[in-house]
Write a protein that binds this ligand. Sequence first.
Ligand code: FES
Ligand SMILES: [Fe+2]
Length: 457
Amino acid sequence: MSRRVKVLKTPYSAYQRAHTDAFDEELCRVGRGTPCGEYLRRFWQPVFVESELNDTPTAIRILGEDLVIFRDGRGDIGLLERRCVHRGTSLEFGKIVERGIRCCYHGWQFDVDGTILDTPGEPPDSPIRQKICQGAYPVQSWRGVVFAYMGPPDKRPEFPVFDAFEHEAAIGRLRVNHSACNWLQVNENETDPIHLTFLHTRLFGVQFEPVYGEIPTMEWIETPVGTLYITVRRWKDHLYLRTNDMLMPNAVRVAGIDDAEGETLFDRRGSSLSWVVPVDDTNCFSIGWSDIDKTLILPDRSGYVDRRAEKHEHVVGAGDVGQTGEPSYEDRQRAPGDWDAWSSQGQITLHSREHLGTTDRGVTLYRKLLRRGIRAVARGKTPKGLKFNGSEQRPTYCHNTVARIPKAGSKTKDEALKLAFGREVTRRIIGNEYSKDTLGCADPKRLAEVRRALGVE
Ligand code: FES
Ligand SMILES: [Fe+2]
């Protein structure tokens, strides 16, 4: 009788796999009362594109809760539980009125905050409407997206504003992509820089720039807002540093896709800010903005961002390349993208069958911070990401930096130089040395400072 084992160690041994498949319940379950669900509910979550509100209510599902969203005759947006509090008819069939919405069945009228305004079939002196409310969540619109706060009312935080969008010129196209899988495996894609080398460059052709075919040095650090990956690639006599933010708990700021020609320091012209919002345990959507400052084209640059800017194109970074399941199955097999990678991990990936390596340290760190936040909330503490004062701006750090730094004498020395370069620039950025340069900088003096610090003048 063949023995069943948890970890296969011999060729042709699939039969021996023990039936112990499991996913990480603590990080993947998002419904009401689950540890991660309660954690995510402590943050404002983007739930709907404002321009898609129309004259009928829309049924949506967020964090496993069935809701309706609508804009009433006054222009106020309501996010209500979908089941009518009277006898459960769905408010997606309700009638939007000047103030709130009326249920289609018996005409009860609810304000956007859930207050019952009218129970027309009941006697005029019925006290029922003073005694109960329809379930409702507060919303806030920001740059065309409706955000909701679905956590405990007494813990509602200020609406977060990230530094990334302080310049109007940087606001770009809004995009929403759905995936039929758990939210975590989608979000983890952004802390996995090595897939850029294989999925996006070496295996199926160059999807962005040839420089990404290089295997970078990779480090991940904790920042005041989450984690940051630091990758450095050698490209001829330049070093190219690219970093991405994971913003706790479920947002990312991704650096633009650039090339490694021409120098630049702390270049944030083309990037994206997006969230992965759980619909329920096995569905989610990515929602956010790709942005580019079309007004800023640096001299002596011919990079991806500048080429897009010259053509007045909004989308930078990964854009929609590989972000949806829209291409045919065969096309996706011949040139898969991110969507195929994370969706094919399964509805909820089996964490018990993963074997994480050194290039997965970002995944490990991100999960560690998630667990820390989940457990802080469970203990009644304030998790990372909410510890900002009032309307204080949230800093982000993702960017590209390219500097002319010729190759060191040996491969080992060049690897050490790459790491030192990544650390030196990142140290300055986390220390806010360039906090005013929100849209990019190629100041030769500053690049010289970096070179001097590395001893490579
Ligand atoms: S079920 Fe909604 S008003 Fe009766
Ligand atoms: Fe990708």
